[in-house]
Write a protein that binds this ligand. Structure first.
Ligand SMILES: Nc1ncnc2c1ncn2[C@@H]1O[C@H](COP(=O)(O)OP(=O)(O)OP(=O)(O)O)[C@@H](O)[C@H]1O
Ligand code: NI
Length: 331
């Protein structure tokens, strides 16, 4: 299999108030996504998930310093000229945002929103684009597309707008979908409908996807592999069903143990301790300060990601901890 996206030794430093120098928010991040593969990027707030999507779009905040590499189909995206970069963002990547209302101009009809971008980048003629929009709307379960495209965003529910957002991402026939927390604003039933539609479209069009969420179970349900992120780096990667049933990194186990169980939906549980940012991590393991299995070595020596078949885990003691961790995760 060839890789669609390859992120290698990525580090991103940003200016931050109160600090004289830039501080890292992504540190030594490695992640590959094959053509047509769906990878879930899971971690708590502030771990750097959205910054990773910005790195893939090559759309970093002002003053950011980047080292390492991000390649799309083998080509370093930092080397793209302006035109190639614009086409890469608008055609190769299909980006679905969390809050559709913040990304759809309220004064534009749904049809304008769907059609204008592909017409502007000269990918399609207007009539052709309109037909494609109506066909895609039908594929996401909106059968009266020719009426819907004349409506305005305020006339559609949040769930319908999220489907319109998916259609908009698919309009230019992208090869790769970036979906950052797309379901957080939706209620559970609508969320599972939207997820089912996205999964089906992704598979029938053989699209690669990076699916970002803090919900490990949701990510496991719609992806092939999971990458677990903490404080700007990835601590564990592997097939989704393996990670979600037999985690190897103490952080993954802690995330799983923090899920509210079905019988305790009203009890909000969290991983004990405060999540840290990459710049607070020091030289040791990023998770050492919250890890209940940490030893002296963990706070001074950063564990390298160790690859074993299709699993990779960055923990000095992963092999010894496996039995204890599976108990912790199932609690
Ligand atoms: N424009 C910015 N300038 C400076 N720091 C930023 C900027 N955007 C994000 N950060 C910092 O980068 C780190 C990673 O943020 P990021 O938004 O990628 O986290 P996230 O995992 O997406 O979190 P969430 O789940 O809350 O969306 C955080 O420490 C955040 O404060
Ligand atoms: Ni985010």
């Amino acid at each position: 299999m060839t890789n669609a996206i390859e992120i290698e030794n990525l580090r991103i430093d940003l200016p931050r108030s109160g600090f004289r120098k830039r501080v890292p928010v992504i540190n030594d991040l490695n992640l590959c996504i094959e053509e047509g593969e769906a990878v879930g990027l899971v971690g708590e707030s502030g771990s750097g998930k959205s910054m990773t999507t910005r790195a893939i779009m090559h759309l970093l905040p002002d003053g950011a310093q980047r080292s390492g590499s991000v390649r799309y189909r083998g080509q370093e995206i930092a080397d793209f000229d302006r035109r190639t970069l614009a086409l890469y963002r608008s055609r190769d990547l299909g980006v679905i945002f969390q809050d559709p209302r913040a990304h759809i101009n309220p004064l534009w009809t749904i049809g304008d929103f769907l059609v204008e971008a592909v017409v502007a980048n000269r990918q399609m003629l207007r009539a052709e684009a309109t037909d494609r929009a109506i066909a895609l709307l039908a594929q996401v379960g909106i059968s009266n597309g020719s009426q819907r495209i004349q409506q305005y965003p305020h006339q559609l529910s949040g769930g319908l707008l999220q489907r319109v957002m998916i259609v908009s991402a698919l309009m230019p026939s992208p090869a790769f979908i970036l979906a950052d927390e797309i379901s957080t604003a939706l209620d559970v039933t609508v969320q599972s409908e939207v997820m089912a539609i996205l999964s089906e479209l992704r598979q029938s069009n053989r699209l690669g996807m990076l699916f970002i969420t803090h919900d490990l179970d949701l990510a496991a349900a719609v992806t092939d592999r999971l990458a677990i992120m903490y404080a700007g780096s990835i601590v564990e990667v592997g097939p989704s069903h393996e990670i979600s049933t037999a985690p190897k990194h103490p952080y993954t186990a802690a995330l799983m143990a923090s899920r509210p169980s079905l019988t305790e939906v009203r009890r909000l549980q969290t991983v004990p301790g405060r999540p840290i940012s990459a710049f607070e991590a020091g030289n040791g393991c990023v998770f050492a300060s919250r890890c209940s299995f940490a030893a002296a070595r963990c706070s001074v020596e950063r564990p390298l990601a160790r690859q074993e078949k299709d699993r990779s885990v960055a923990c000095h003691f992963a092999a010894d901890l496996a039995p204890a961790i599976s108990v912790a995760a199932s609690q």
